[in-house]
Every structure is written in C-alpha cells, then in structure tokens.
Design a protein around this ligand. Sequence first.
Ligand code: UDP
Length: 386
Amino acid sequence: MALKEILIVGAGFSGAVLARELVESLDCEVLVWDERDHIAGNCHSERDEETGIMVHKYGPHIFHTSNKIVWDYVNRYANFRPFTNRVKAHTDKGVFSLPINLLTINQFFGRCFMPLEAEAFIASIGCEEIKGPETFEQQALRFLGEDLYNSFFKGYTIKQWGTHPSNLPASILKRLPVRFNYDDNYYSSIYQGIPEEGYTTMVQNILNHPRIQIQLNTRFSKGDSSGFDHVFYSGPLDGFFDYSLGRLGYRTIYFERNVADCSDYQGNAVINYCSEKVPYTRVHEHKHFTPWEKHDRTVYFTEYSKETTEADVPFYPKRLEGDKELLKKYRQLAEAEQNVSFIGRLGTYRYLDMHQVIEESLIFSKKVLSACSTSSKIPIFPNEEI
Ligand code: UDP
C-alpha cells in the first residue's frame, strides 16, 4: 500500500533510522512522537550542567560494531572519535582487568602463564562433568571454574538480574569473551568509538529532514493510530495493549550522581563491583568517554539495579520462561492489528545493543519499502520470535 502519513512512536535509534530511510525513499510525511522531553531514547546524552561534561543519561553507551554498513551509516551522522572500552572489575580479591584475559588470569592466580599454558590451566579448573551448559551458572562453572565464577560473576549477576545465575540462560554470560592474550578491549567488534558531540546530536542529525516532524512530550495510545497510514511503534509491546495480559519482565537501573573536586575520580570510565557485599553494580565516570575534552572537575554515577515497577524506565528484558510465554501471546495480539509494526528493543522485547538496533532498522526499512512497492502487507515485526 502507499504510505503517505506515517507515525513513528519513539525517537530512539530504531525509530530515527526507520524515519530517515522511509522519508528518503517514499513520497511521505513522517511524524515522530516521543513521550520524553528529548530524543535519542536511552542513548540520550547531554552536558552535565555543573561540570560541562557530556554524560550518558541512561548509563554508558559505547558504540561498537563489526558491520561496515552500520559503521558507515553512523559516521554519516556523527564524527566518531576512537574510544576503546577497558573495564576494570573490583572484586573481593582486588581489582582486575575485564573481560577475563591473560592479565586477569595471571594476576588472579599469581601466575606467569603464556597463552597456551593459561588455556590449559583454565580447562583444568573448569567443571567437565557439566554437559551442554544451559544456565549462566553452569556455563561459568564449566568454562571458568568456581573461583573466577565466585569472584567476577556470581555476585554481580545476582545484583544485576535480581535472581540467582542458576535461573538465567547461559547466553547472558556468552556475551563476554574469555581471552588468552593481553587484549583487554571489552568488545570484540572491529569498529568502536564515541560520537564527538554525543548521541543526541547524532540522532538529531538522522532526524533532520524537512519531511520529518518531531513532537516531544507526546504519549501515544492506540486510538491515535487512525489518521495515519501506518504506525511504527518502538515503545513496550505490552504497553501498546495496556498490559492487558500482564507485564513482561524487565530489570531497571538507576544512578546516584556525584561530583568530585578533582580531575580524575576513579581513573577509568567504568569499574564493575562484582561482590554481592557492595550494593551497586558499576561506577561510571563520564569524562573518560571524551578524553579529547578538558574539564577541571569530574562527575560520576553509581549504578544500581532493581525490579521494574510501573514508574520505572524498562531497561533489560529479563526473558525468563514466563516472559517468553507472555511474549508469544502479545505477538499473537500484534498479528491481529491493522497497520501497526513493532520495532526496537522494547517493541520486540529483546536485549539489543545500539549497533544491532540500527542494523535491524536498516534491514527492516528495506522490507517496508519492498512491501510498499509490491502493494503487499507491511511486516509486523522485524524479527521471528524463537
Ligand atoms: N557480568 C558479571 N560481572 C561483570 C560483568 C558482567 O557477572 O563484571 C555478567 C552479568 O550477568 C551481565 C553479563 O555478564 O549481565 C553480560 O555482561 P555485559 O557486559 O554484556 O552486561 P550487560 O550489557 O548485561 O550490562
């Protein structure tokens, strides 16, 4: 069908990229609504009023991808400066490099291993009896052994997810590499960086088009769909249906802001606190994300994790078994809707990094354009649910 009037709900990356791609190829007007007073969703960055430092309001965002198309795309809308995320882990046994690498292993066990020796050593302390690890805990015990699991992962994960690692899938731990060399880059992606003027400026540039109109402080409800040829909705899937079947589980995070009267408070952008005895999960000091800027003072945020209540911003989809069942039911409701598609982290209820959202939005916009040109039905979701 011909799309003339399009409403995009949510001005985060999924909505912004889709808006831009559609408006450049279709003869259409795109309205972008966001219920917040700013664009860029959870990637929103702004200057801290007191110190002038660029802060990531909803927690640290480091852009990384191995997809050249995505990297070229984001570089069209922002000047990226090189940044490598090198996280430190504060544990009961001291401060170590994370992800676990040869330095971590040698310092933690007081050894001087070469790569092959370290690999053999870690294999020897892993619990071989665990077959086909399914849970986070089994994955950790099988491939890292008890000491590393207890010091780096158990406490942090209980705090982060509010449940024991034996209730969580192995896939969460698999996001982190284990390296037998001294590479302490937190990510394994080919490209990594931080937009010089922040993420919000970058999203603003994506949305900067005469046929895209942004309306902030505007909350969407289902009745608003009439009057538009199609709505692309990037808010929470269950929220679209007024939570009629119940709420999908999310963890949320919140921060305590502090200013220190020194130029460097903790010496690094991110330090994880892995012990369960410490109530918070991480401390981030944002000036380290922009080492090209000069500031006399520093602002840092202590991050806590908790269950999401109705008043909270949903961050991490928990995707426990019950959530997945509920997700199936909401997807069935969505399939019965007319002229609505669900996109992004909240619309599809998946844990997605920025680069994944952008990649998916670029692919999805091609599918939408192809549906328009063949007069077929616009896909309801960008992904198949497994
Ligand atoms: N994790 C941990 N200790 C750490 C860092 C991570 O136990 O110091 C666990 C935690 O459960 C986390 C998962 O590993 O959710 C994946 O790490 P990642 O950095 O991808 O964390 P996320 O993006 O979930 O914050």
